[in-house]
Design a protein around this ligand. Structure first.
Ligand SMILES: Nc1ncnc2c1ncn2[C@@H]1O[C@H](COP(=O)(O)OP(=O)(O)OP(=O)(O)O)[C@@H](O)[C@H]1O
Ligand SMILES: [Mg+2]
Length: 492
């Protein structure tokens, strides 16, 4: 791709980007939130038409008039926002829009067999091809989306943050598949905000900044410092904000007390407390029950046992909200955002009542509040009126957190709060979360990134197979020990 330009109303998303990918290589695309990565790969997928620039495939200039044209030429894409159809089966989703769907398979059984084959190749033979996709957890959806990309005989596969919804062992499966593909000469474009992944799987790196290519063909083992300063134009020094001294939460009031919380088959006998000003982290694999625990605390999932906020029982979501709980869920698209609404409205959503005066919305102060958060979190573009669906993935995530800055709560439940957020903005989000805690808010944090849990939380619970297998001060743990507890707890 050379000199690619893409203009949206008011935003020049791509301003002359170059990208060169060789057969059999894993080419990583790095850049801050909003740098233009997803837009670039959407032009490569035929989903966007570039305003200028040339795309060559195998040396030949091509025009990608639409997604089907791209797929026909052997370009398969796994999008950042999964584009699966919830109401259709796993197999139907995999072969959606496929010629095979109509002509190749004479019977459903055959399509199911083919789907199973692809899922097995991805290390997920256990996903039943007949299940509705909507019933799968996020990681399962990600696997289905990958199986769909594999179902076309692609020579270039583009993956936009494929690992964001995956746990450690699943990332291993993904990487195994990527290695198999590249060994066969397939080229892979890989987007991720996790630099350690780039080191592990990447061959070369292209860095985007503000819609321009700022570095091409860097080796994947370029030092982090260098990559980060290319991405951000600055050095990111202190990633995690300072914690209070150990034990400083003792004696402070308990915001949350959970006793014997159980959902049969999901998690069992979970007990813990969160004090004012304390950040408690739940570490564990995707599927270990962490997100479900958060949902049960929020009253969104029927569970036996007790959930007390300031000593009062939570009985369903509306009582949770009344008692001052706020949830930032894992699937922000589906669960947290009003996609057609403005950035401002999404930020002020929780406190709308505050802007209602005599039946009229006080838009002035709504916009002022939203504007403050946009500045503080560095949401880009800094335009409160823009529909939130047009923001990049990481910027949408920041807006979800911004909501809880406007609408202060007693206890925040944060599920993967930095998923898809770039390294620079991550440090900003961590600082915001710590500041909220310092103001006395309790925080219950779920993250698949162990360094994040260890760096941000005061206390850590390790969840394995729905059980709390360990609880201690975060400073007494290191990444190895947590991984060991998460995986099998063998080296006790
Ligand atoms: N459909 C659209 N309409 C208007 N603006 C858009 C649209 N899609 C993207 N943009 C803008 O283009 C810019 C680049 O966005 P893009 O999604 O490509 O970023 P990204 O590098 O993928 O970021 P992230 O790491 O957060 O996913 C952003 O400013 C974004 O707001
Ligand atoms: Mg993106």
């Amino acid at each position: 791709m050379s000199g690619i330009v893409k203009q949206f109303p008011g935003v020049r998303a791509l301003d002359g980007v170059d990208l060169e990918v060789l057969p059999g290589e894993v080419h990583c695309l790095l850049g801050q939130n909003g740098a233009g990565k997803s837009t670039l790969i959407k032009t490569l997928a035929g989903a966007h038409q570039p305003d200028a620039g040339v795309i060559r495939l195998g040396g030949r200039e091509v025009r990608l008039t639409g997604p089907v044209a791209a797929i026909r030429l052997g370009i398969s894409t796994i999008y950042q926002e999964l584009d699966l159809v919830d109401g259709l089966s796993v197999a139907d989703n995999i072969f959606l829009g496929h010629e095979k769907a109509r002509f190749g398979f004479t019977r459903t059984a055959e399509a199911h067999r083919a789907a199973s084959g692809l899922l097995t190749r991805l290390g997920h033979g256990e996903i039943p091809p007949a299940t509705e996709v909507g019933a799968l957890p996020p990681a399962g959806k990600q696997v289905v989306s990958m199986a769909r990309a594999l179902s076309h005989d692609a020579r270039l596969i583009v993956m936009d943050e494929p690992s964001a919804a995956l746990a450690h062992d699943e990332v291993d499966n993904l990487f195994r598949t990527v290695r198999e593909l590249t060994a066969q000469g397939v080229a892979v474009v890989y987007i991720s905000h996790r630099l350690e992944e780039i080191r592990e799987i990447g061959d070369r790196v292209t860095v985007l900044k503000d819609g321009r290519t700022v570095a091409v063909g860097l080796p994947a083992d370029t030092p982090t410092r260098e990559i980060v300063s290319l991405m951000t134009g600055r050095d990111v020094e202190h990633v995690f904000p300072a914690r209070r001294d150990p034990g400083s939460h003792e004696g402070r009031a308990e915001v949350l007390r959970v006793e014997g919380l159980t959902v049969p088959g999901v998690f069992e006998d979970i007990s813990f407390a969160v004090r004012e000003g304390e950040i408690v982290g739940l570490a564990g694999l995707v599927g270990s029950g962490r997100s479900e625990i958060l949902e049960a605390v929020y009253g969104a999932r029927k569970a036996s046992g007790k959930v007390l906020v300031d000593g009062k029982p939570v009985r369903g979501v509306s009582s949770a909200v009344r008692l001052g709980l706020g949830l930032a869920p894992e699937e922000r698209k589906a669960q947290a955002l009003l996609l057609e609404e403005s950035v401002a409205r999404n930020i002020t959503l929780g406190g709308l009542a505050r802007y209602a005066r005599l039946g009229w919305l006080d838009r002035g102060s709504e916009l002022a509040d939203a504007g403050r958060q946009i500045d503080e979190l560095g949401i880009r573009p800094a335009d409160p009126g823009r529909p939130i669906r047009t923001l990049s993935g990481g910027n949408q995530q920041k807006a979800v957190l911004a909501r809880w800055l406007v609408d202060r709560r007693r206890l925040l439940l944060l599920d993967e709060p930095t998923r898809g957020v770039d390294v620079g903005a991550r440090a900003d989000l961590y600082a915001v979360i710590r500041r909220l805690a310092d103001e006395g808010i309790g925080v219950l944090l779920v993250s698949s990134e162990i360094p994040e849990v260890l760096g941000l939380a005061d206390r850590v619970l390790v969840i394995r197979d729905g059980r709390n297998v360990h609880e201690s001060d975060a400073r007494e743990l290191d990444e190895h020990r947590v991984l060991d507890l998460i995986m099998e707890g063998s080296a006790l």
